[in-house]
Every structure is written in C-alpha cells, then in structure tokens.
Design a protein. Sequence first.
Length: 160
Amino acid sequence: MAEELNIIEGTKEEKYEALLKQIESVVADESDLIANMANLASMIHETFHFWWTGFYRVISDKELVLGPFQGPLACTRIKKGRGVCGTAWAEAKTQIVPDVDLFPGHIACSSASRSEIVVPLFDEKDDVFAVLDIDSAELNTFDETDKVYLEKIANVMKNV
Ligand code: SME
C-alpha cells in the first residue's frame, strides 16, 4: 500500500474524489470489517482534520457500540433512536446537524463538538449494520457534498 495515502489537497470535492479512490483500494485489499473501519476513520480524519471521526456498530436491535475512531474519548453505547447516531440508525437516513445544540436529544460526548453528520452503513439486505459519525468543532461544517461522498464511502463498506 502506498505510503503517500492521505496527502490529499484541493477543493472539498477533489479531496473526496481522491479519498474515495484510496478507500476503494484499501477495502479491496482487506476483508476484515474492523480493520477497514479503522483505516477509513484515519483516512477521513487525516484528510479533513475533523474533531472526531468514527464508527458505531449495531450489536443488537436496541444498541450501538463504539467502533474504530480517531479523536477524543467517546461514549461507548447509544440506544436506537437516541442522539444523532441512534436517529440515523432508526430512520436509516443520513443526519446533517448544523448546530448540535438545536438537535433534540443530541448526545454530547464532547462539549467541543458543534456540528455533526451521521451516515448509516447498509448490509446486503439493506439493514443498517453501523453508522459513520463525524463531528466538527465548528458550526455548519457539513453540507450536501459531504452527504453525497460519505454515502459513497459507506456504500464501499457494503461489500466488506
Ligand atoms: N453526538 C453523537 C454521539 C456520538 S459522539 O459525538 C462521538 C450523537 O448524538 O449520537
């Protein structure tokens, strides 16, 4: 694997395009879900320097548990329908939160987190098996471009 991974520059779209290619290549070479989640969290985090980037896995019909991540210590368990992550899982839909203080039930793992995006990961039966959660220390960080590309990234994980 290339040591140059993650030296990505350009506009947000250009960064995501390059990142997506790298992610496809990393996932094509490895079938272990946790290993791929660990590398993806690192690659996304290093490219955009977000506050927190990581995964929560569905471990029962009621609960998510913390998976591989980059950034500060985080909450370990989240109930279905709770917070942004639990909502993304329950609704099977990406959540963009421009201001976490305005999201009812937002779970503040860190008071530095100001905006957030959570993207569900679907298995081959189209059930949610994990969510990708990205937090920013600034308001209004995530838009439709992030949603489009992060959903493409989530889709790469479908075949793992
Ligand atoms: N804020 C999330 C919890 C996870 S942490 O931010 C890493 C939520 O409301 O689901």
